[in-house]
Design a protein around this ligand. Sequence first.
Ligand code: MG
Length: 234
Amino acid sequence: MRARHPVRPRALLLDALGTLVELRPPAPLLQRELARRFGIELSTSQAQHAIAAEIAYYRAHLDEGRDPESLAVLHHRCAQALCVALPPSAALARVEADMLTQALLASLRFRAFADAPPAILAARGRGERVVVASNWDVSLRDVLARVGLAPLLDGIVTSAHAGTRKPAPEVFEQALGAAGARAGDACHVGDSVLEDVAGARGAGIEPILLSRDRAPGPPGVRTITTLSELAGGP
Ligand SMILES: [Mg+2]
């Protein structure tokens, strides 16, 4: 009887924010939502200040959104962070927490970069498993579904699921597990030197820095400016 030597697939691991998807400019959407829902008029700088405070709070706490219940709590706390950064007004004081949370969520809209779907499909065409490894709460799957990317992927691993965030190796190890691949047969693409490049290296995975603004990457790191360059292979 012949021993079986299953062929391990190659894997392409991908960061999400800044790599596959981007946030539409949220300040104009926040202005529109608060005006439409509550009659609260904000200047551009007021909206930018408030949404920046909310995003800072979210980035510090995103791992806490591990399931629908904890995600709802996280959303409420983000709305509180937004509220305290808004100009005080009688109109704002009348807004219930749930309503402000809904207005906030309506202001946060993501879109896929145009080069994302063809890059994923090309990798799959080369026989690679494609898995997202992202610092995000559990809603990432819904976000990627809304922008049409989820059906193209073999797996989605978030820091909220992993219990720690990139650059910790656990996130990458879970992504490798989802791909069924070994570290030596994978590369990871992302736009953060700390989270993606250093994180992938720490897990023994070849890093590729995505520099959409064409800023030079660290010496010795393969750097690309669009995902379409992945078709050229490592
Ligand atoms: Mg990123």
